[in-house]
Design a protein around this ligand. Structure first.
Ligand code: SIN
Ligand code: FE
Length: 304
């Protein structure tokens, strides 16, 4: 399958498109973990013309509150669309199909990750990003690395797969230095993380206990708290936003791209109608664990 797929490796260190090729699942994982974007000029994910038309006609409810329309694979339901709408079931079924397509594709294309990854939400982004009004920390037109504000991931990784389903308009991104460079550069400007040791086990046991008593835990962990703080720090740093080195990317209609958004700093400047599927990749399945933000932070702050 790899041979017949036309994909390119986009480097986010200022060197542009790489002449290197994806020759195996391990090589694809390695490019991604180093901060590359794998780009498919023709998306491997397909929709019927009717489903495509249906998606383009969807409106999002409460766009201020719900950043996107989301499909939750574990519960097999969609949120962010008016619950009284007759179209909820159709949207659920299209999003479930998209989720399934990405799952099957990545399970082979990035096979090392399929061992213990978790499928997170798939999202539909029908709102024009240019000029979109959002609170500063929710704005996606400012450079940032992703972090999960409400669902702790304890050092596991955020892998996102996008498809631009707009028939006419490119989706436009900028990227800057990757997490490794930025964490080094700003190490003395942000508070160091609390120790990471055994946090996953302790916190999740504690949250399970709280949930048993009906208390919704404000889930976090030292790693997640640091990443969220760093995400906010970057968005709030006007000097960084205006002076950072930037690469400009145009993702045309019907193209797809895969990226670790906790590694690649990114912003979306314009574009309307994109689908995206997130997987949480386990630290244990990484091909280059030394490039995982949690291990880079251990090194930078000498947490061993
Ligand atoms: C983001 O993750 O910051 C948004 C990317 C996009 O919607 O294209
Ligand atoms: Fe983001």
């Amino acid at each position: 399958m790899l041979k017949t797929l036309d994909c390119k490796i986009l480097m986010t260190d200022g060197t542009g498109e790489s002449p290197a090729r994806v020759t195996s699942p391990d090589s694809a994982c390695s490019f991604l973990e180093h901060g590359g974007i794998i780009f498919f000029p023709e998306s491997p994910f397909k929709f019927s013309a009717r489903d495509h038309e249906f998606l383009l006609s969807q409106k999002q409810k409460d766009a201020d509150y719900h950043k996107n329309i989301a499909y939750r694979p574990a519960e097999d339901r969609v949120t962010g669309i008016d619950a009284r709408s007759m179209d909820v079931e159709r949207l659920r079924s299209i999003m479930a199909d998209f989720h399934g397509q990405v799952y099957r594709f990545l399970n082979s294309f990035l096979s090392p990750y399929g061992r213990s990854w978790k499928a997170d939400f798939a999202t539909y982004r029908p709102i024009e990003e240019r000029g979109r009004k959002m609170r500063l920390r929710a704005r996606n037109d400012l450079l940032h690395v992703d972090s999960f504000a409400t669902r702790p991931i304890y050092g596991d990784r955020i892998l996102r797969t996008f498809i631009n389903i707009n028939p006419n308009q490119n989706r436009v991104w900028e990227t800057s230095d990757n997490f490794e460079a930025l964490a080094h550069r700003f190490a003395s400007s942000v508070a160091p993380p609390r120790p990471f040791t055994a946090e996953a086990k302790d916190s999740s046991a504690f949250e399970t206990l709280l949930r048993r008593f009906g208390i919704k835990a404000n889930a976090s962990s030292p790693y997640d708290a640091w990443m969220l703080n760093f995400h906010n720090f970057l968005k709030e740093n006007e000097r960084f936003q205006s002076t950072a080195r930037k690469d400009h990317w145009e993702f045309p209609p019907n193209s797809s791209w895969i990226v670790f958004t906790d590694m690649v700093s990114h912003s979306v400047l314009e574009g309307q109608y994109a689908l995206e599927q997130t997987f949480i990749v386990s630290q244990n399945d990484l091909v280059c664990p030394e490039k995982a933000p949690i291990n880079l932070l251990r090194k930078i702050y000498r947490l061993h």
